[in-house]
Design a protein around this ligand. Structure first.
Ligand SMILES: [Zn+2]
Length: 254
């Protein structure tokens, strides 16, 4: 096979590979979207988006980067025919373009996308739930109100670990619907670099709460962008002895 014949073969192969990469990227994104649409509840959609969306988007962009590599390898045909050196040069340039594209996508997804993702997740989490029994909109109880509907294990989990229970209630029937959210998912805004990349990395109980005094918990956050470490002491609320006692007390106060 001479050089020109090889080039002709290469053009066809690169073209097919480029379109295959584009197709795989589109398919990857489409499967995610179908998967999202197939989830029945907002909670399931929330879990899918928080765990998978960034990863899927990155995969899609890496496929596009691969497609770019092959398409650039199909360009500048007349110059390349002059000498095999140009073939190597073009190969190198297309490789650099693909790596650059992949790297920029990675940076955007890692450091800018979380803000948009957070908005999307908030919408999924706080869209009013519907009571399946009567089709009515339920309302979300606030932190103080929800305690009455959570058992002790759930409350302990809420105050000790970074997890959150949302309690939805249908006021007309009293039906409740409880959802559990991992607090680790959301990232905070870093006060040094300003990106939404500050995440809880460690939690440690410094002082156990007693029946009369609050305990203390040390939370350690780390920024995945500038690696700032932030420590914060948070009170660990004292144990509430008996729930009925508390509500009796509240009624008496009113
Ligand atoms: Zn930072």
């Amino acid at each position: 096979m001479n050089y020109i014949e090889f080039l002709n073969f290469w053009y066809d192969a690169a073209l097919v590979s480029g379109f295959t990469m584009l197709g795989l990227g589109a398919l990857n994104y489409l499967i995610f979207k179908i998967n999202f649409a197939a989830k029945k509840t907002y909670k399931e959609k929330f879990d899918l988006v928080s765990k998978k969306e960034t990863k899927r988007l990155l995969q899609t962009h890496l496929f596009i980067a691969g497609a770019l590599f092959f398409f650039v390898n199909d360009a500048f045909t007349q110059d390349i025919e002059l000498s095999p050196v140009w073939f190597i040069v073009r190969m190198f340039v297309s490789f650099c373009i693909a790596v650059l594209y992949g790297y920029v996508s990675y940076l955007v997804l890692q450091f800018h996308y979380p803000v948009r993702l957070e908005k999307k997740l908030k919408k999924l989490r706080y869209t009013p739930r519907i009571n399946p029994k009567n089709g009515k909109e339920m309302i979300l109880l606030n932190e103080d109100e929800e305690d009455a509907y959570l058992d002790e294990g759930m409350q302990a989990e809420e105050s000790t670990f970074s997890c959150d229970y949302d309690v939805w209630i249908d006021e007309s029937t009293g039906d409740t619907h409880i959802e559990k959210y991992e607090g680790h998912v959301g990232a905070l805004e870093c006060d040094r670099c300003g990106f939404q990349t500050l995440k809880l990395s460690n939690e440690e109980i410094i002082r156990e709460p007693t029946e009369t005094e609050d305990g203390e918990i040390l939370k350690e956050y780390m920024c995945s962008y500038c690696h700032r470490i932030k420590r914060k002491n948070v009170p660990l609320l004292k144990k509430i002895k008996d729930r009925s006692e508390v509500s009796d007390h509240l009624i008496a106060e009113q």
